[in-house]
Design a binder for this molecule. Structure first.
Ligand SMILES: [Zn+2]
Length: 273
């Protein structure tokens, strides 16, 4: 009897061991939420120019290796003090950390009155910011919001085709395309947490808007609503993107306050420069 119990115990331990072993073998992603595998360097990218590109065309370009990144989309808050990229509001999307198409397509969006969409979780703070600006007499216009993976593929391929049309080879066109349109997965607009904002009196996406009181108000107040100026003028070497006074990103009030007060960018805040 004693021997039989010992044998059964032994068998049970073996079964547990093999179950645990197979879980690790079959799921190599256990223990990490994001790979750090870079894709090709994306030079200074004016992501806003993407939205104005509506030319048609098709190419066979495959801009993203689907194995490049993996992000925890649970949105669960981390315990502890250090900011964590897996917090939904701190998701990093850039050329070194492209998002997967599957993740981008799973984002729950909500439509703004003008038809553009944002992540439903930033709908309220965004509208509060716009309403409070309106009370100051500043009419702000959201001109770009959430962008799907397929939309970015279309925009990117259109840009490549444009270069092909004027005589560049496929490879040359691809390389040139990357300099003006973010590769699919690398645009922050995929997160649904970023918006481009202009004011009714100045709608050009350039530094000229810095002279407008509406934009000055945004620079001074956006963090109160959880937004940051995502691409400051002196951080291009880190973000890889030119100064974009029109591009605001939701990160939550706590992170936004620290980022704006310390004049740092999101990559610095996350320690991922
Ligand atoms: Zn933008």
């Amino acid at each position: 009897m004693k021997n039989k119990v010992q044998f059964m115990l032994c068998e049970l331990i073996m079964v547990v061991f093999f179950v645990m072993l197979s879980a690790v073998v079959l799921n190599p992603s256990i223990g990490h939420t994001l790979t750090d595998e870079p894709i090709d360097k994306l030079p200074m990218n004016n992501s806003a120019s993407v939205s104005s590109d509506s030319t048609s065309g098709t190419t066979s370009v495959s801009p993203q290796d689907s194995s490049t990144s993996e992000i925890d989309s649970s949105g669960a808050s981390q315990t502890g003090d250090s900011p964590n990229i897996s917090d939904w509001n701190l998701i990093l999307a850039n050329d070194k950390h492209p998002l997967e198409a599957e993740f981008i397509d799973s984002i729950q969006t909500k439509k703004l009155p003008n038809g553009l969409s944002v992540d439903e979780r930033i709908y309220e703070p965004l509208n509060k910011m716009l309403d409070d600006a309106e009370k100051q007499g500043y009419h702000l216009i959201v001109c770009s919001g959430y962008r799907s993976y397929d939309k970015q593929v279309e925009l990117f391929n259109n840009r490549v085709q444009r270069y092909r049309d004027v005589g560049y080879t496929q490879e040359e066109a691809y390389e040139k395309g990357k300099t003006s349109v973010a590769l699919p997965g690398a645009s922050e607009h995929h997160t649904g947490l970023a918006v481009d904002i202009v004011c009714s009196s100045y709608q050009n996406l350039d530094d000229g808007m810095m002279s407008r009181p509406e934009i000055k108000w945004l620079y001074a107040n956006c963090q109160k609503y959880g937004f940051i100026v995502r691409y400051p003028s002196d951080k291009s070497d880190i973000t890889g993107i030119i100064h974009e006074p029109w591009h605001y990103r939701y990160v939550g009030v706590e992170a936004a306050t620290e980022i704006m007060d310390k004049d740092i960018c999101l990559e610095e805040y996350l320690g991922m420069t």
